[in-house]
Design a binder for this molecule. Structure first.
Ligand code: UT7
Length: 325
């Protein structure tokens, strides 16, 4: 028998306010046609007063715990992936832990921007299999609207706010059985030479300010397709699977054209790709678990499916994970 991290529940949360492209075009020099054609985005959610990364993360976590039928008290590991924490410190994960009333276990944040959820998931998987924790909440949560330059039309139309969460449980499974659930393989990468392609122009130890997001969109696009196709092949090889075995790919939701191009590169039919960029826009670290939970709740992802999660973002950082759910 082998110890694996099994996904036992998912949840997500969105701010109350939905903002359409047409609404944005009233204050930004853009159009619904441009945004839809270049990105596939129709609407995004924007956090209002009282809605923060930790409130969204806590709501998503509660829904994931409900779906798993698990009491918060048994969670001994919380990792929040975010680039927009409530405060520089303490970690947003400790705020979520306090909100859930499950104090005493491990709680910390990871910062890998849009790949943050893959980094958090892989770290949680390692901690569950190594022994220090038995049940984990892995959360991606962001309020990117607070770090957008609303006068920069090349970036502000592309992002939104939200949160998604998975509950993982360490379980002994027969790894020789192809239907055994759990995370089968993950791969993470970073290449710091590309720091200046997607960054925030502020921070505690440089400007003493929070800063605003800056992106060279075309360059990010080019690297995204290549890096994502490569890392998807890596996790398939590591797990002994081929693209035809995959039931669902849950990609980072940055741009419909990146999703299409990556699927084409791997010979994956578009019907196997979960797309939510149209209704959520790019929610950075929240995008993969938000898309995953959406596809679970609408009946696309079902127990027994072979699912691949993947993301690429600032750093550059990128990664993928393959799991039987
Ligand atoms: O989450 C991390 C990963 N992030 C990504 O993966 C984002 C990757 N990049 C992209 O998704 C795309 O590159 C964008 C959606 C950001 C841009 O699409 P593009 O097809 O690469 O457009 P572009 O940047 O080449 O801009 C084309 C034109 C420009 O005008 P000119 O120079 O051709 O006259 C822009 O000024 O579109 C103009 N433009 C806009 N027009 C209307 C840029 N933003 C807007 C806008 N509305 N919001």
């Amino acid at each position: 028998m082998t110890l694996r991290s099994v996904i036992v529940g998912s949840g997500s949360a969105l701010p109350v306010r939905a903002v359409t492209n047409a609404e944005l075009a009233q204050t930004v020099d853009t159009s619904d046609e441009w945004i839809v054609e270049r990105s596939g985005i129709h609407v995004r959610y924007i956090a209002g007063e009282g809605e923060t990364t930790s409130t969204l993360a806590t709501d998503a976590a509660r829904r994931a715990l409900d779906a798993a039928g698990i009491d918060a008290a048994s969670i001994d590991l919380i990792i929040v992936a975010t680039a927009t924490p409530d405060q520089t410190f303490p970690a947003t994960a400790t705020i979520v832990q306090h909100n859930l009333g499950c104090n005493g276990g491990i709680a910390f944040d990871v910062a890998a921007v849009c790949s943050g959820f893959l980094y958090a998931l892989t770290t949680a998987d390692a901690l569950l299999r190594a022994g220090p924790a038995k049940r984990a909440l892995v959360i991606g949560a962001e309020t990117f609207s607070r770090i957008l330059d609303w006068e920069d039309r090349t970036t502000c139309v592309l992002f939104g706010d939200g949160a998604g969460a998975l509950v993982l449980e360490a379980r002994e499974v027969d790894a020789a059985d192809p239907s055994a659930p759990g995370i089968i393989a993950s791969r993470l990468h970073a290449d710091g030479r590309y720091n200046d392609m997607l960054f925030v122009d502020g921070g505690p130890s440089t400007t003493g300010t929070v800063g605003k997001l800056r992106m060279k969109g075309r360059e990010v696009f080019r690297h995204a397709v290549t890096n994502l196709a490569t890392v998807l092949e890596e996790v398939l090889d590591a797990s002994g699977h081929v693209p035809a075995d995959i039931d669902w790919v849950v990609p980072h939701q940055a741009n419909i054209r990146i999703l299409d191009a990556t699927a084409r590169k791997l010979g994956l039919p578009p019907e196997k790709v979960v797309v939510t960029v149209d209704i959520h826009a790019n929610t950075s670290a929240a995008s993969v678990p938000l898309a995953y939970d959406t596809a679970v709740r609408d009946g696309r992802i079902r127990p027994g499916n072979l699912v691949v999660l993947e993301a690429m973002g600032g750093g550059f950082t990128w990664g993928a994970c393959i799991a039987r759910v």
